[in-house]
Design a protein around this ligand. Sequence first.
Ligand code: NAD
Ligand code: TYD
Length: 355
Amino acid sequence: MDKKNSPKNILITGGAGFIGSHVVRLFVAEYGDYQIFNLDALTYAGNLENLKDIEQAPNYSFVKGDITDAYFVNDLFSQINFDGIIHLAAESHVDRSISDPLSFVRTNVLGTVNLLNASLQLAKDNTDFLFYHISTDEVFGSLGREGFFNESTAYDPNSPYSASKASSDHFVRAYGETYGLPYIISNCSNNYGPNQFPEKLIPLFINNIIKNKPLPVYGDGNYTRDWLYVKDHAEAIDLVFHKGRKGETYNIGGFNEWRNIELTRLLCQLMDKKLGRKEGTSEKLITFVKDRPGHDLRYAIDASKINKELGWKPSVTFEEGLEMTIDWYFENQEWLDHVTSGDYLEYYIKQYQTQ
Ligand code: NAD
Ligand code: TYD
């Protein structure tokens, strides 16, 4: 459905990645009056195959570029008057941040500040301008077995990834306070669904089960995450972008906590059914491996603010979401082969095969 809105130029960064591709697709489909510009450097995590169904849409353009390059960013912003930015481009994997923290500082901190600097002039000329920064619940650090993160929880990041995201959140807020840049930040829990690079838990384990490879569960597997289907996150981003209050932060979560080991067993059961394997076959692939350093015990989101203010709640149950995700990876094994044929394999071998 084409929602009626005044014409706008919207820049979405990181649109070739996992969450970004769902946000780009939603905006291109829903807002025929907008021009959607997808700015992405196409790192190992970015793949234009994620958007091949909409690449010919008249309201969509792809711009290849690196947000760490201030000259490039300023040049782009001098050519196009963006009315709003939805900033998703980032290095996003905790394990990679442990082996290479600097690339997280470059993209997540420096890249964000480059976009903020370039936005200042646009915001001066356009009172409706909005810088919408997409962040993570990991900035809040780790919960014990009880409690939830809400919008007033203090930042307490533990991994180089979450430290870099916390830093970028602080810069966004500081540009709001110091220069009056209109902004919103949202902090979301773990996403899953189609197009997720198979280094994160759910797609990695689906891929490994298909290929009969070990499932490396870190530590004792009792770490807990709150899982949200990616399309529900994209819907929340649409709502916050259009209806959220400037200068506010919103927590987004799935009300769906799972210990890693329980989630792994569920995946194994679903995959056995899907593959026509005897019950219990995939569970034999579970291998407990050395723990991730600084591993956060538990994340859980209190999403009542976005629910009360904007009426958002997840629409997909975990059973439905996992089913759709598994089906997608089965139907897109060519995609899996493409994305895992590059540096990922080397990385994976280095991390786990040598332990
Ligand atoms: P992703 O790794 O799948 O995609 C990141 C995208 O950014 C890729 O397309 C990549 O090519 C692009 N990119 C990376 N460096 C770039 C650079 N220097 N210049 C331009 N483009 C660059 O990430 P994702 O999982 O889709 O996450 C998107 C955003 O959402 C991130 O900011 C992440 O912190 C946040 N987030 C993710 C989750 C999650 O569970 N995946 C949860 C909450 C928040
Ligand atoms: P991940 O998908 O990397 O997301 P995040 O670290 O951002 O939460 O990991 C989710 C959980 O699964 C986390 O507790 C780490 C754990 N995990 C494993 O046990 N094995 C793995 O191979 C991976 C990738 C993650």
